[in-house]
Design a protein around this ligand. Sequence first.
Ligand code: SAH
Length: 433
Amino acid sequence: MDLLPVYLNIKGEKCLLVGGSDIAVRNASILLEAGAKVGIVAQQRNESFDLLSGWKYVAERFEPEQLDGVMLVVAAADDLSVNKQIAREAKQRHIPVYVVDMPDLSTFTIPTTLDRAFQHPPLNTAGTSPEINDAIANKTRNPSEPSAKARLFEMLEHPQEKTSGEVYLVGAGPGDPDLLTFRALRLMQKADVVVYDNLVAKPILEMTRRDAKRIFVGKSRGDHTMAQESINDLLVRLAQEGHHVLRLKGGDPFIFGRGGEEIEQLSEHKIPFQVVPGITAASGVSAYAGIPLTHRDHAQSCVFVTGHLKDGSMDLEWDSLANPKQTIVVYMGLHGLETLCSRLMEHGLPGSTPAAIVQQGTTQNQRVMCGTLATLPAIAEIKKFKAPTLIIVGGVVSLREKLAWFEPVSPDMAVSLEEPDRSSEKVMAFNQT
Ligand code: SAH
């Protein structure tokens, strides 16, 4: 189909959307984002519509009169004959119509924006889902590979051809979207289902394919939205259904991320997967806090430990940890901070050892406080630090005084440290699976 690329101003204009599926919801949200007044015709109410605002429920069934005064129509009904009828009626009235994934019935398409955060141009895929087979992408990196071109043409001719499912276990880094890897971004644009948890920052989630289904699976301390076993099973099931599943995790998937367990199960089921490393909190957060993890004068080694409390105690090798020439980075350490600092002092580290706490590092809400092993627990409490926080212990912390460089653009926001309310997304997650 030869198409004329245009940008349409639909602010305040009436648009009609027919359909109640997740794809319909995605399209409704795109229209609403562009400022349209959206009328929805749907037989079954998809609860995900409740997460959007600015739309009006019109009716259960499509009737041609619903097109009166409408600027454009998106048809995503389950029933092909309904979609055909909508296309016919709209065309008769010269109203642009997009029938999702059916370019032949459409007079326009809604392009997938490759990456809104970086203002990339829309990608025209002539109305079909935009995805380029990874094998091809890998081959095209080698210019002497002739088969990639041939396969690409073959796929463009048969875009509906089903490929087998696979899972991408991708590290999303500590929060700043600029810290994603190119590979992560490429797979985020490819996957049609996104399974993500708490630590994945919203702006990063927004960079996944907009028509992808998003499934929130938890978890924050004490609130295990979905048990690990269920997540493992979910990944297997989605891949078996033929989906390209993005398992998006904060930081690096192999560092306190239980990524190993998830791919173990995939491997048992012979499901193809790949792992994309992410910048782990220790390196991202320390960099943005101006605290080098090693330094010739202060630390010759650096260890990452979990400060997670089990039955009120912390199961760590205290003797080897309490080494004055070593930096200790503690993940999940806020709750057990008091215990952590006391144990380290009991095992020989001076109470004056510098220690820092960093909340939501690398993001515009980053907060950093420095103290010592003796004072940090009180500082964290008085200053009301909340997860996610990273604790850094050792002489290197004193370098921050000179090396701090990152200033969140909106320091005022730093006081609103509530975790994003995702309760409604949880509901959506369960409805969709
Ligand atoms: N796989 C992740 C870690 C998951 S454990 C990684 O590699 O980073 C979750 C813990 O990571 C949090 O409790 C917190 O200690 C730490 N964390 C992750 N992102 C953080 C951030 N932006 N700021 C501070 N701590 C963070």
